[in-house]
Design a protein around this ligand. Structure first.
Ligand code: SF4
Length: 231
């Protein structure tokens, strides 16, 4: 049995390595800006590092650096916010080997947990209690060759697939993938415009014209606070 004495009280079920470390860019309280959880007060855990370089990335400050924290210390910081919903994001959180352990610890502690991932890494090992928000990168991202298509076979209705679209070509690519893979029968599908490139109203018109079974979304946190880190 692992030593549970040093675990934060919120972690009712211990993980195997309570002193495991993670590289953390930031942890903060905000409103969830996307997905079916949009609008919910949420603690965001942004892990550092990402092997991708999407052309329109809005969190390049997470690529390098970061504070090294133990799992115990991170759980304690999350618990201090007193909010039941946690989103683990990045960067690409799954690029850190201890990320799955963090996700399981959060679930064990009773949180409602989501994971935002690029779709380039294997999601099959993620705790099934976690709602996986998996990107499919269109050509306009410059990282479409990194899509790990096998991930689609692991998704359940508890997960969500997200397309971030820069232009009409991206939209048509996403529409084709949606239809060919019948993604809406797998889980909810999200279409988002790249901020400052594709006007949200334009994307809305396209979705309506094609009667697509997707949730068109804008980033609530950016409407409220702009691109401010930690909001
Ligand atoms: S996967 Fe996410 S964090 Fe990484 S470069 Fe793309 S948008 Fe940025």
């Amino acid at each position: 049995m692992p030593d549970t004495a040093t675990l934060h009280p919120a972690a009712a079920v211990p993980v195997d390595a309570p002193a495991a470390t993670l590289r953390l860019t930031e942890v903060f309280l905000s409103l969830q800006g996307e997905t079916s959880r949009a609008g919910l007060p949420t603690v965001f855990v942004r892990l550092a590092g990402c092997p991708l370089r999407c052309r329109w990335c809005d969190t390049p400050y997470s690529f390098q650096g970061g504070e090294t924290v133990t799992l115990n210390a991170l759980l304690a910081r999350i618990a201090d916010y007193g909010v039941n919903t946690v989103c683990v994001t990045g960067g690409e959180p799954l690029a850190q080997k201890n990320c799955p352990m963090l996700l399981t610890a959060l679930c064990d502690a009773g949180y409602s947990v989501s994971l935002e991932t690029s779709g380039a890494l294997d999601v099959s090992g993620v705790d099934p209690r976690v709602s996986r928000i998996v990107d499919l990168k269109p050509p306009g991202s410059g990282e479409d060759a990194r899509n790990r298509w096998e991930n689609l076979t692991h998704l359940t209705p508890h997960d969500e697939i997200k397309f971030v679209l820069a232009d009409r070509a991206d939209y048509e690519w996403a529409r084709e993938v949606l239809r060919a893979q019948k993604l809406d029968q797998v889980c909810p599908v999200l279409f988002s415009p790249v901020q400052g490139e594709l006007p949200p109203a334009q994307l809305a018109e396209w979705v309506l014209a094609d009667r697509l079974p997707v949730r068109m979304q804008v980033q609530l946190h950016k409407i409220l606070w702009g691109n401010t880190p930690g909001r």
